[in-house]
Design a protein around this ligand. Structure first.
Ligand code: GRF
Length: 191
């Protein structure tokens, strides 16, 4: 079983969908650790309910990214983590983690990259008036949502949609796509 760490900053619905996929046998892997940069994030509650250990930190208590990423790295070493799964983690990954986990960090982004990278991708697509947006799973490099694409699924924007309706449709797609891509990733079926 591949040993995963999920990095998140907020609600953690993607963490939950991965945990559910593991419980139902769709994803043969183990979430061994949740890493979170906000001590009040709901994902920490979810981790507790799932009996999964977490490490939370506050960046303001460190002098720079290298310092807190070194501490994260030590945790990942302790838990023998093989893959880092970003699921709503609102920080750029720095060289400390990228060097040790090259080709082993993935992210999910709520748009069809390279369209609408960065924050509020759903709002960006909605405001642009495009008819279609989507979800991308990609490897993480040192840019903002720039790494090689692993999988993409389109999501339509329908007449009468509000941003909230669109967000719900996109998240449903995320919850389906991410666990299945991770299953392929963990079993090296990715091309
Ligand atoms: C998701 O839409 C993901 O694509 C983006 O951040 C959001 C996290 O949502 N990177 P949640 O915390 O998993 O509910």
């Amino acid at each position: 079983m591949k040993r995963l760490a999920v990095f998140a900053s907020g609600n953690g619905s993607n963490f939950q969908s991965i945990a559910e996929a593991i419980k139902s046998g769709k994803l043969e892997a183990e979430i061994c650790l949740v890493v979170c940069d906000r001590e009040d994030a709901y994902v920490l509650e979810r981790a507790k309910l799932e009996n999964i250990d977490s490490f939370s930190f506050s960046a303001k208590n460190y002098s720079n990214k290298t310092e807190y990423e070194s501490e994260i790295l030590e945790k990942l070493r302790q838990y023998e983590i093989e893959f880092i799964i970003l699921a709503g983690y609102m920080r750029l990954i720095g060289p400390t983690l990228l060097q040790k986990y090259s080709q082993a960090i993935v992210n999910i982004h709520p748009s069809l990259l390279p369209s609408f990278p960065g924050k509020d991708a759903i709002g960006q697509a909605f405001d642009a008036g495009v008819k279609e947006t989507g979800v991308t799973v990609h490897y993480v490099d040192d840019g903002m949502d720039t790494g090689p694409v692993i999988a993409q699924k389109a999501v339509p924007i329908l007449e009468g949609d509000t941003k909230d309706i669109l967000q719900k449709r996109i998240q449903e797609m995320e919850h389906d796509l991410y666990p299945s891509v991770l299953q392929e990733l963990c079993h090296k079926k990715l091309t």
